[in-house]
Ligand binder design. Sequence first.
Ligand code: SF4
Length: 63
Amino acid sequence: MRIVVDRDRCEGLGMCEAMASDFFELDDDEVLQVLDPEPGEEHRGHLHAATQACPVLALTLEG
Ligand code: SF4
């Protein structure tokens, strides 16, 4: 599974970080950093919820 960020959509709102701070972090310039871009299958439920929380639908899970 891979976390894909649509950089054209992401507005640095931080909902994903609030939902899953082990995977998403906004840096000092409010640019989203994906800490673990290829997480294990056991994280799918949690990450699915986090991607759904993005208000501008910038996050998808592939694979
Ligand atoms: S919730 Fe969406 S807009 Fe906000 S930082 Fe995460 S990906 Fe970007």
